[in-house]
Design a protein around this ligand. Sequence first.
Ligand code: SF4
Length: 498
Amino acid sequence: MNGGVDLHREFQLRWFAGDAPTVYDLDTPYLESRLSHHIRHISHKNQPESSRIMSTVEAEPQTSTDLKIVEDATCTFCGCVCDDMVLTVEGNRITKAKNACILGKAWFFNHHIEDRPDATIEGQPASYEDAIERAAQILVNAQYPVTYGLSDTTSEAQRVAVAISDWIGGNVDTTTSVCHGPSGMAFQGVGEVTCTLGEIKNRADYLIFWGGNPAESHPRHFTKYSLMPKGEFVPNGRKDRTAVLIDVRRTKSAKAADIFLQIKPRSDFELAWALRGLAKGIDPDPSVEEKTGISVEQLKQVMDGMKAAKFGAILFGMGVTMTRGKHLNSEAVLALARDMNRHTRWVAKPMRGHGNVTGADNVVSWSTGYPFGVNLCRGYPRFNPGEFTTSDLLARKEADAALIIASDPMSNFSQPARDHLASINSVVLDPKLSDTAKVATVAFTTSTYGINTGGTVYRMDDVPIPLRPAFESPYRSDYEILKAILKRIREIQLQAGS
Ligand code: SF4
């Protein structure tokens, strides 16, 4: 018993220390007036319910002369999930994307229908039915199957994936385990003083961006949600706000900040703790400057501004979560926001990367009670990062089958994890022929969420956003494929009497 506890703890400690074998290397002009009668103007209200919920399976390919406008479409490229896109669609291509940033434009313009079979088995084209059968057999017969990915698909599909993991007694994990997993643990440890991006837009007069570079990773965050927009209680927009950037490098985001604190690497925890002390009226030891690179005077200046703010927000990125201290850094930042509420209103939110990684956290949490790295082998959920996180589990050669959804671990996991993933049976769902799809036993070509597939995604502030697809794909959605696999798994289990 004690040995089990020790092992459990060791997994955690190695994961926290970052030495587990995970290696995370890691306008166009809008048509000013109504287009002529041959343009189909599509608003989501006019779409049939079926196309808003899920894509049509075997759609007639549109001809290249078709032209339509899709208003209020959603970009799912990053966690901002901007839902004010105006897309011009010509046939099977998006040719204009009003309101999209440079990353969003690349996301929309580079999307095209792949010329690949619906499904392959061991690299050979296969019928959809055969592929479903083989996938179900692989998963239901595995001793220790792992489900991974889920951050770039709809919450409807995420929900089915968790159900599959539950029925087959496997492990379910998301890409959160290699990005904001430590924050997910910190929420459970100290809680989260939170808000929506709308509140930040309308109220925040003091912003701290910590360990991130939103100017390049989330290009519209500054302009749409946080720094620039005019809001109800900040009517002058940027002029009413003070912005602080804390980072180890002077990135492009530094130009947008009023105060830039260039901290020494691996000193986020010490800096947050010094600010917590100041929030409570305790002067930090002068050695904090040598440790963090930031003087006590600079810290006092920032703390004075924080206390004087009417509404402050700390927005933290992977520079906080994936450096020494990991979840302890996130806990320190969340606790700082909590402490500041003795003086004025403060919140702290993680900056999330993938389009629906927040949805993955939500779905896995509401289904199992834990946000990622959940083991269901015993019929009840167990949570232990380092033990049940996929890269670790693969590197230790424990999993004997994998269900990978909208993710490409073969391109970013450690070599031992990749080697093992390539050696076991795997079922991969991806719109592209990713490195992971290339080694899959069964690979399904899927439609792309947000562009071809409707459903729901969660913005980084946990607000669910509906998707309004631009055009139909001949390929099925993740949701449809996972539902078919689940149905077949249950048939097999019921026939076997389990
Ligand atoms: S900020 Fe993110 S969600 Fe918004 S348009 Fe750019 S890439 Fe898309």
